[in-house]
Ligand binder design. Sequence first.
Ligand code: ADP
Ligand code: MG
Length: 316
Amino acid sequence: MPGESDIIREYFAGAPTRGDVSLGIGDDAACVTAGDATLAVCVDALVEGVHFPAGTPARAIGHRAVAVNLSDLAACGATPLWLTLALAMPRADTRWLADFRAGFFELANAHGASLVGGDTVRGPLQVTVQAIGRVHERPLQRDGGSPGDDVYVSGPLGDAAGGLRFVARDDLNHPLASRFLYPTPRVSLGTALAPWATACIDVSDGLAVDLERLARASGGGAVLELDALPLSDALRATFKHEEAQYLALNGGDDYELCFAVPRAERERFEGWCRENGHRVFRIGRLDHGDALVLTANGEVVTRPLAGFDHFADGSD
Ligand code: ADP
Ligand code: MG
């Protein structure tokens, strides 16, 4: 049975592409040119029981549907402009709809993104949002990194995957739950990274797989220093160190940016981040290898790794 990326590559990625497509299938968003503008386009589906458990608050579903798309735009350095919404739901529950709308527009409005169309149908709960944004300088892509570049992430990792465990058992007040329910897309950082970053991806499937994707797209490997992984106080307080580290490496849904910056720019870049209030954590570097290598205290180590693939188990 093919995995998710095999399916995309074998059935969808090979079709002929128009000349105005500057970046097609394979990155966080596609980039197309229309007149003088470069637009970034992405779409993500959230399915009940797959991306969020049944019983997830409607406001959080609305927020997440926008957030995951703004995060993909941010990973390409694009400013969000327009959204479309395809909503399938089993019944027209007006209370649910009011809460969903509140979460959706709270985040969309905060970023000046307008809902301009969509589709509303009856079916199992599924929310699909498409986002279109504008790229001002050049798009950030996964494939521009070089060996030696420093690798950064924009925030602590593992909180969302840790939080999901509490959301799944209806403990919505746990401090980690909100990190799953209401992720923060790093829009202002993403749109300011073009002068610095050589490559960028957002961490949606887990740091280990997403960093490896960035490194492979950039034609090499990466070294990840486990001691440098940012773990939040809440994650440390909730899980034993080994489990917290597992979640930070493998947990999805954090929607932090992971990006590469040339080593020669390190001091200037980190100074710029401090001056502009962008929290970033240096976690490793790109190298000439062909895989992700983990280190602890300078020694190569192994840890259990498990990225998310919708079709990984080969089941029907
Ligand atoms: P992300 O996690 O950043 O949203 P995905 O892993 O979902 O990205 O998808 C990887 C790449 O494959 C993206 O460029 C996405 O647009 C593309 N893609 C995924 N599914 C399809 C499909 N059915 N048809 C065309 N492109 C697809
Ligand atoms: Mg992405």
